[in-house]
Design a protein around this ligand. Structure first.
Ligand code: HEM
Length: 216
């Protein structure tokens, strides 16, 4: 009953986190078994997702539930665009195309942004707290595998330049989660949406895995 909401949401999504982390595509990518094109395609999919997350953010700024989470230092769209220009060259937008799973993921984020601030918080948590955590492992592997400059073009998505102390930021973020003004039923719905967010990520990994079926 008295479990802090940040603990509840982390614990409830633990299993799906492991599933996402150990998906074939992620394992191949982080194991250095895929070429930079797979990384570029993944980055492109993230661009569609963050566009949905961040386009919806403006209208939620004053929302009592989602508003406190909307922080300019988290915004990733500009960094993704810079990475994609580096990875694909100018004009990358013309060829960028969402996978069906990415389209579904972005559509769900947009739906939450417009109709359900608590659901938007679930998607916000799943992406940004992950990027601030495991994202740093991905950056390190990507720099080594494909020779990007440390924290430079290609991996700027993973670099939160305005967050000097990610651990402290994450602590503050968890305090915001704990303070979310939602009753028990609504908290449960948010946790369920977080699980859905993880499933949507795993579906994108599956489709990327089909496109880059390297692993034996
Ligand atoms: C290979 C890929 C991944 C690795 C290596 C990884 C690794 C990690 C690690 C080490 C943490 C713990 C950080 C801490 O305790 O402060 C973490 C937390 C987290 N990760 Fe991942 N992760 C990966 C993929 C993902 C994906 C795909 C998602 C969802 C889209 C995700 C979402 C999260 C979230 C939301 C947290 C924060 C949990 C919390 O403290 O509440 N991660 N990740």
């Amino acid at each position: 009953m008295d479990t802090p909401f940040s603990t509840l949401i982390r614990t409830a999504s633990h299993e799906q986190h492991t599933e996402a982390e150990t998906s074939r595509f992620m394992s191949d990518l982080l194991g250095g078994r895929l070429g930079v094109e797979a990384y570029a395609r993944y980055t492109e999919q993230l661009w569609f997702v963050y566009q949905a997350l961040e386009e919806g953010a403006g209208a939620l700024r004053d929302d009592p539930v989602a508003g406190p989470f909307i922080r300019p230092e988290l915004m990733r769209t500009a960094s993704l665009e810079r990475d994609l220009t580096h990875l694909r060259g100018a004009g990358w937008q013309q060829a960028a195309a969402p996978l069906p799973a990415t389209r579904a993921y972005a559509a769900r984020v947009r739906e939450c942004a417009v109709t359900w601030p608590g659901g938007y918080v679930a998607h916000h948590y799943t992406r940004y707290l992950g990027d601030l955590s495991g994202g740093q492992i991905i950056r390190d592997r990507a720099e080594r595998a494909w020779g990007f400059a440390r924290k430079g073009d290609g991996v700027r998505f993973y670099v939160f330049e305005s967050i000097a102390n990610p651990a402290a930021f994450k602590r503050g973020y968890r305090e915001l989660l704990d303070a979310v003004n939602a009753d028990e039923l609504e908290r449960k719905r948010i946790v369920d949406e977080c699980k859905r967010a993880f499933a949507l990520n795993s579906a994108v990994f599956r489709e990327l895995g089909d496109e880059f079926p390297l692993s034996a």
